[in-house]
Design a protein around this ligand. Structure first.
Ligand code: ZN
Ligand code: ZN
Length: 218
């Protein structure tokens, strides 16, 4: 089963217990991929063909530009511009509008990361169904962000049997519900602290409640 290749990395990310574990893993895989294409992979014809064709989104261009390796990036961008040149300036305005639209939406790194995340979600569902220890680890997470909650539930729907699917969704819901309840409680206390009657009381965990809520919701 090809999806098992992420098992070790998944368990490492889940053991960190710091925010959404899938975000932790996603950021790591994205960073590795950026390093890879700014390194030796840049000279591989197959990869170069893809980066020429797809280009990069704003977010990833910014990450590449601060990635340190300027020469590989310059070479990659130069041949991408060559390819854009062919697409954008041949044919009428209607064709050009379509080509501009396509170029705006297309990003080599976004599609690579989306591919990784598909396999990661599949692998997480597999581990959940196969390993008791992983089920325990899964239930002990701080939370799953909105994007990855949706991704995991969709994948569970597609790949797990009824019993596992229900348990998976129930656990994910319980993890997120607990976190939202904590955030709500901390925010309520934060608000109360502005009332003179609570002025002298301890802040408890409320001080960074806005930052934590913003992070969760973003
Ligand atoms: Zn996430
Ligand atoms: Zn991108």
């Amino acid at each position: 089963m090809a999806e098992k290749i992420y098992s070790i990395k998944i368990k490492e990310a889940f053991n960190e217990k710091c925010g959404c574990p899938v975000c932790t893993l996603r950021n790591l895989l994205e960073k590795d991929e950026i390093q890879r294409i700014l390194g030796a992979a840049m000279m591989e014809p197959d990869i170069r063909k893809e980066t020429n064709k797809k280009g990069f989104c704003k977010n990833h261009l910014e990450k590449l530009a601060t990635g340190g390796n300027k020469l590989p990036l310059a070479l990659m961008l130069s041949t991408h511009l060559e390819e854009l040149d062919k697409k954008l300036f041949k044919g009428g305005s209607k064709k050009a509008a379509g080509a501009y639209g396509d170029a705006r939406k297309s990003c080599y790194l976004c599609s690579r990361v989306a591919g990784f995340m598909n396999s990661v979600a599949d692998n997480i569902c597999y581990l959940y169904s196969a390993e008791e220890d992983f089920r325990t680890l899964f239930a002990r997470q701080e939370y799953f962000c909105k994007t990855h909650s949706a991704k995991l539930l969709e994948m569970a729907e597609k790949t797990l049997g009824k019993k596992d699917r229900i348990a998976f969704a129930d656990t994910l819901t319980a993890v997120n519900k607990k976190y939202i309840d904590t955030l709500k409680e901390d925010l309520d206390w934060f608000c109360k602290k502005f009332d003179y009657r609570y002025e002298k009381e301890d802040w408890k965990n409320a001080k960074d409640s806005i930052e934590r809520t913003v992070k969760y919701l973003s």
